[in-house]
Design a protein around this ligand. Structure first.
Ligand code: ADP
Ligand code: F6P
Length: 462
């Protein structure tokens, strides 16, 4: 078996019990089984003049090779371009995108530095797999340094329609870098179609097969590989005796009688204010839920140095205070909001102890929380998933109650439907959803991608 070298901005150590972020969770799940090298940022920020070295730590078959970012890199590459330009553009939020020359330069600089450090570590047979929007030009930077290995790229976030993407300065440079990969993977058919449309309409690409496009003398395969989770290990966590104890404690706390759960990084793409407004509508339209239903929203901090993230936090805190003030009582808090990370086994227990899983992003690449909620349920008495049509997961998880997250009444009605849904229907929907989540688990995701990458022609022979 060929050695696998995975590259991503965020790297998580095995045993890390609270990696908030879908990318770290699914790569760790998949790499734990296969082994290989995981190369990326170690999460540290060092002074601009510090010496940057790669450090290596081995965990059985998995080696983590990581390095720090400088303060300037963190500001320009991570906050500036990745999270204040690419992230909003890819989530269809041009209104929040900020473009500066320093940020674009920083993004180029960091991609070049990672390529510079990685190229000498590679062996000629390695499969190289680059992840996410932080490293779109990394493949091209490796090619410039003579790397002829098969290199694949997977985008964890949505690929926007061409008309949105082309509002971004330097989009042509960025997109032409994608053609340097042998295989580019997406979460959904919509993302794949947007990419191919961009290549054909904006870059004079020519389709050779339904997923092979030729652009400027290069060919690249674009396919769909929906990410998943490690189903067996997550369901084992949810079924453990300690989970049962936690669930009992949750219910013994006196409230709630019915728990609705939301778990998301505190990101504006997750639609949290809209979700709270929907919950408020639930209490207004169906007042019988007062004192009976609680929304537990766990939203750990993320990217707080970007202004839009600070804004969303204030909005959410004001809204939950407003709902609790208006509807709460001495013995009932309608919204329980926790602004922190939680261990994965606690999360599994909370999902299992909640009758409704509320996953309502305004736009999301996949959304692993939706899959975790399904896997954590007791098959004999499962809860109901309410899922945004704008999450990548909605393409697969059709037996969820699919909603438009912008429509507060529609979401409130779906919550009510979930609360009163008969056991037979809950079991039927859950069994179908679980089968789908199993089909696209983390291992199949990795296996499917690597098989497709191995089947691509070697770039030098193309
Ligand atoms: P994203 O990649 O945008 O963060 P996903 O839903 O795909 O969204 O993945 C989020 C991952 O982070 C899930 O595995 C989820 O369990 C985890 N997560 C989210 N919130 C927390 C939290 N408060 N504590 C620990 N893990 C969290
Ligand atoms: O899955 C989307 C994603 O942006 C990952 O790329 C990232 O690791 C995760 O969410 C969490 O964000 P961050 O790495 O910026 O903390």
């Amino acid at each position: 078996m060929k050695r696998l070298v995975v590259v991503s901005n965020r790297v998580a150590e095995p045993g890390c019990s609270h990696a908030a972020g879908g990318l770290a969770v699914c790569i760790l799940d998949a790499l734990r089984k296969r082994g290989g090298v995981w190369f990326g940022w170690n999460g540290e920020i060092v002074p601009d003049d510090a010496e940057i070295d790669v450090s290596r730590v081995k965990f059985d078959e998995l080696t983590l090779a990581t390095m720090p970012l400088t303060e300037r890199d963190y500001r320009d590459y991570y906050l500036g371009f990745a999270n204040a330009a690419l992230w909003p553009v890819h989530h269809y939020r041009l209104d929040l995108a900020r473009f500066t020359q320093e940020a674009i330069d920083g993004y180029r600089r960091v991609n070049d530095r990672f390529a510079e450090k990685l190229a000498p570590m590679l062996m000629s047979n390695d499969l190289v797999w680059v992840h996410d929007y932080h490293f779109i030009p990394l493949g091209a930077a490796l090619r410039e340094r003579g790397v002829a290995n098969r290199i694949g790229f997977f985008l964890h976030i949505p690929f926007p329609p061409p008309d949105v993407l082309c509002a971004m300065p330097e989009h042509e440079w960025l997109m032409s870098a994608l053609v340097e990969y042998d295989l580019v993977g997406f979460q959904t058919k919509t993302d794949q179609a947007n990419f191919l449309r961009f290549m054909c309409d904006f870059m004079q690409g020519e389709m050779l097969t339904p997923d092979l496009v030729r652009v400027g003398g290069k060919t690249v395969t674009a396919s769909v590989f929906p990410v998943g989770i490690d189903v067996d290990s997550f369901s084992a966590m949810a079924e453990s005796p300690s989970a049962a104890e936690r669930i009992q404690r949750l219910h013994r706390a006196g409230e709630p009688r019915i728990n609705v759960i939301g778990v998301d990084r505190l990101d504006y793409t997750k639609g949290l204010p809209d979700r709270l407004r929907s919950f408020k509508r639930l209490l207004e339209i169906y007042p019988q839920n007062c004192k009976a239903v609680t929304l537990m929203q766990i939203a750990p901090p993320t990217r707080e140095d970007v202004q839009a993230y600070a804004d969303i936090r204030h909005e959410l805190e004001a809204l939950s205070g407003e709902i609790n003030g208006q509807f709460g009582d001495f013995d009932w808090t309608p919204v329980r909001y926790l602004h922190r990370r939680v261990d994965r086994d606690t999360l599994a227990a909370l999902y299992r102890g909640s009758q409704v899983g509320l996953v309502t992003p305004l736009r999301d690449g996949m959304n692993l929380v939706a899959k975790e909620y399904v896997v954590a349920q007791d098959a004999e008495n499962p809860g109901v998933l309410v899922l945004s049509r704008f999450a990548g997961a909605a393409e697969e998880l059709q037996e969820a109650l699919i909603v438009n997250p912008y429509d507060a009444d529609e979401v409130a009605n779906a919550m009510q439907k979930a609360i009163v849904m008969p056991l037979g229907e809950r079991k039927e929907r859950h069994a179908a959803l679980l089968a789908r989540v199993r089909k696209h688990d983390s291992y199949n995701w990795m296996d499917g991608f690597l098989r497709a990458l191995s089947a691509c022609r070697l770039p030098l022979a193309a």
